[in-house]
Write a protein that binds this ligand. Structure first.
Ligand SMILES: NC(=O)c1ccc[n+]([C@@H]2O[C@H](COP(=O)([O-])OP(=O)(O)OC[C@H]3O[C@@H](n4cnc5c(N)ncnc54)[C@H](OP(=O)(O)O)[C@@H]3O)[C@@H](O)[C@H]2O)c1
Length: 263
């Protein structure tokens, strides 16, 4: 049996690439979206070489003007692979700065940047796919939020604000879609061993003079289990929720395979 079509954003590396691979391994067709075309093409080529039904969709989720062309390309994939039934809003950014500095090195507003990618990206894709989901009474949306959507962390206030916004949106959407046969949920991983974490480690090394091993140990020690979450742990939780998870579930991933379901 051929599985449903999933759209996974931020699928060129890290958690998104692991989710795309796990869904494909379980028989889903997967459209992988991200900005960087080369990395995206490499990830899709690798999955395609294993016989999986995967396609690349270059897309900046923060750019509303890019959405119509991306949806047109997605419609072409749907003709071939069937309608999108699963949306995984995984693309995200995390930049650190003290509270007194609300801008990045180019002077751009950090809060606007985080909200554009981590909140407006997911809600715009949900809005775009919702009419089809409602018409077919089939559709599941999984937002990859973060433990930073449940608690605060110092020096990443813009990231925390954007992930809290995504969790609030997930809760509201779940209530609204409850009676319509659709489901919305969120993953809330603690620190995950991905390229995003590698960038944070480099930042800590640069700012504090700690070794790379010390910086990694610092992040692992923040997690409730004392270990970094692996991208594969997140991918398994994503695949399981998409198959059978409950509407409105927030799945906290604590490392070492520990999960807690919240609402
Ligand atoms: N790593 C952690 O510790 C951790 C913990 C909890 C939650 N999360 C969340 O998990 C998700 C994935 O994180 P990760 O650790 O895998 O990050 P990552 O290694 O930096 O990968 C991020 C992915 O998102 C894509 N992306 C970034 N901005 C985008 C945009 N504007 N439009 C489309 N794609 C975009 C990237 O590709 P391009 O740059 O080429 O677009 C890449 O494919 C994020 O939402 C993150 O907040 C991460």
């Amino acid at each position: 049996m051929e599985g449903p079509l999933a759209l996974v954003t931020g699928a060129s590396r890290g958690i998104g690439a692991a989710i795309a691979a796990e869904l494909a391994r379980r028989g889903a067709a997967v459209v992988c979206a991200a900005r960087g075309r080369e990395a995206l093409a490499a990830t899709v080529a690798e999955l395609g070489a294993s016989g999986h039904r995967v396609r690349a969709l270059p897309l900046d989720v923060a750019d509303p003007a890019a959405l119509p062309a991306a949806l047109a390309a997605l419609a072409d994939f749907e003709t071939e692979l069937g309608p999108v039934e699963w949306l995984v809003n995984n693309a995200g950014i995390a930049l650190s700065a003290p509270l007194a500095r609300g801008t990045d090195e180019q002077g751009r507003d950090l809060y606007e940047r985080h909200l554009a990618v981590n909140f407006h990206g997911p809600r715009r894709l949900l809005e775009a796919l919702l009419p089809g989901f409602l018409a077919r009474r089939r559709g599941r949306v999984l937002n990859v939020a973060s433990s930073a959507g449940l608690v605060g962390y110092a020096y990443v206030s813009a990231y925390c604000a954007s992930k809290h916004a995504l969790i609030g949106y997930t809760r509201a959407a779940a209530l609204e879609l409850e009676a319509k046969g659709l489901a919305v949920g969120a993953l809330c991983p603690h620190y995950v061993d991905s390229p995003m974490l590698a960038a944070s480690v480099r930042n800590v090394v640069q700012k504090t003079g700690q070794s790379e091993a010390q910086a990694r140990a610092f992040f692992a020690a923040q997690n409730p289990s004392g270990a970094l979450v692996t991208p594969q742990e997140v991918a398994l939780a994503a695949a399981e929720w998409l198959a059978t998870g409950g509407n409105g579930e927030l799945i906290e991933l604590r490392g070492r395979g520990e999960r807690r379901i919240l609402r």
